[in-house]
Design a binder for this molecule. Structure first.
Ligand code: UN1
Length: 495
């Protein structure tokens, strides 16, 4: 068990409140992973003041120099990959292979930031008037509040921290209370890499105190949040009122479509990985499987058999496929959806209960669960469950499958398995999701491409790639008049 402290202005410190909280291993609730300060508004105000002070100097550091720090971050993350991956598995349960992948996504994002600082260009444009030039450049925005979830404890903080800081902003990060240790390790890496004091501050604590505090503080220029649509909508409301920049990455109800001509073995591997990888706790997880009727019965049979082979257990064991859910309350919430599904008349063909074999009795394990004969209107086909529950829906044909795919309030990720080129292209055109996969599962986005969703999944921003830098910067338009005379746009003519 390790004691973590807030990081404010480059110094590690306890909360002024004197309060602490623990986080525990969801695979073995007896194990305390770390103890963290339960911060209050006084801590937060100190952090915001430090970030405000650091901003002036940091924004003046040339982009390529800021970029060099990010490259160094990547190097240290590579050295510490296994160490942090082990902490991650212990603090939120994902299996060790996936924890390494999560860390790798952070490394890739840092490497991307390590070159982006040398190539972040604007536009140059001609002027309507002679002896005048025009261009655009990008400015940082100020002090950001970064509020991150527990399901990708390194990757998602990395998506926010690196572009935010590389753009010349400073920030306060409030990590999820289930996964504070990973962010603590990441902040330490940033400081080892030479990040100046106050540029990134870590304040641990709950959403109602620290999240709300960030949201309502007049010195915070922007909020970047990943989490539920309910909280996101509240954040958007306050940011709208106070005119803060706001980027929201919210819920999903992602569907995988399997058409009659698909390679069923391939579609099967995709469905099992998409639905039960990370114990279904990804915003990109496959939550609905939409299967064309000609192959429905066969595919359901294959799916049940394959799912029942998955090995549950402590994610630190290399041969385990599915780890625990993150907490007791998360498991309860997942189970309540299974009860809802049964009441709605869907047919549960496997799972639907806690898994308590041997050592697993000490953790929050839930059996991978499949409902078949689900109707698109049922709650289990509409609401985000965030757990290992897959709803299988039968579709008459391609057109109906795409209608079902699009028939939710969310629009993050979708997947279509087919060997018919025309269907693949039609699906790409019609899918109302920010990410579309052809012959690949709904999970597995790469850090150099835009990541985000349509409809209630967000508010139009895209993390990842170059688009993340659009979130964290303002465009500045510059006109340079070298005529030596007053030239009036729209009034003077060139003749
Ligand atoms: C998330 O689920 O919140 O595409 C992020 C994926 C990962 C990121 C998921 N690279 O599944």
């Amino acid at each position: 068990m390790k004691k973590y402290q807030n990081l404010i202005n480059g110094k590690l410190m306890d909360s002024k409140s004197g309060r602490t909280f623990e986080n525990r291993n969801p695979a073995n609730w007896d194990e305390v992973v770390g103890v963290f300060p339960k911060s209050n508004v006084e801590d937060l105000n100190l952090a915001i003041a430090a970030a405000k002070k650091a901003y002036k100097k940091w924004r003046a550091v040339p982009w390529p120099k800021r970029s060099e720090i990010m490259r160094r971050v990547a190097e240290i993350m590579i050295e510490k990959k296994e160490h942090v991956a082990q902490i991650m598995t212990r603090e939120m349960g994902k299996v060790i292979k996936e924890a390494r992948g999560d860390m790798q996504e952070g490394i890739d994002t840092a490497l991307y930031a390590g070159i982006e600082g040398r190539k972040y260009f604007g536009y140059t444009l001609p002027s309507e008037l002679p002896n005048k030039s025009c261009m655009t450049m990008r400015d940082p925005i100020g002090v950001w509040g970064l509020i991150t979830p527990w399901n990708f404890p390194i990757a998602i903080p990395s998506w926010k921290i690196f572009p935010c800081l590389l753009s010349g902003n400073t920030a306060i990060i409030k990590p999820a209370t289930y996964t504070p240790a990973c962010v603590g390790e990441l902040a330490q890496i940033l400081h080892e890499a030479g990040l100046p004091d106050g540029v990134l501050n870590v304040v641990y604590g709950g959403g109602s105190e620290i999240g709300e505090g960030l949201l309502n503080h007049s010195d915070i220029a922007g909020i970047s949040f990943t989490g539920s649509s309910d909280i996101g909508s509240r954040i958007g409301e306050v940011c709208g009122k106070t005119l803060k920049r706001c980027s929201l990455e919210l819920g999903g109800k992602n569907g995988q479509v399997v058409l009659k001509d698909a390679d069923l073995e391939l579609a099967l591997e995709g469905a099992v990985w998409g639905a039960f990888g990370t114990t279904g706790q990804r915003c990109t997880a496959t939550s609905r499987l939409i299967v064309e009727e000609q192959v429905y019965d066969k595919f359901v049979e294959m799916l049940k058999a394959r799912t029942e082979k998955l090995k549950l257990g402590n994610g630190l064991n290399e041969d385990v496929d599915v780890g625990p859910t993150v907490s007791e309350s998360q498991r309860e919430s997942i189970h309540s959806y299974v009860e809802i599904g049964k009441k709605e008349g869907a047919k549960l063909i496997t799972g639907g209960e806690f898994y308590t074999e041997g050592e697993c009795a000490k953790g929050w394990f839930y059996k991978p669960s499949i409902f078949i004969d689900v109707l698109p209107t049922m709650r289990i086909a509409q609401e985000e469950i965030f757990g290992p529950v897959l709803s299988v829906i039968k579709a008459k044909n391609f057109t109906e499958a795409i209608d079902i795919l699009n028939g939710t309030i969310y629009g993050l990720s979708s997947s279509i398995y087919t060997n018919d080129l025309n269907c693949a292209h039609k699906a790409i055109e019609r899918a109302e999701t920010g990410i579309v996969y052809i012959n690949a599962p709904t999970i597995g986005a790469e850090c150099h491409l835009p990541f985000g969703g349509m409809k209630n999944t967000g508010n139009g921003h895209r993390e990842g790639g170059w688009t993340a830098y659009e979130i964290f910067t303002e465009i500045k338009t510059v006109y340079i008049d070298y005529s030596g005379a007053l030239q009036k746009a729209q009034i003077d003519t060139w003749q």
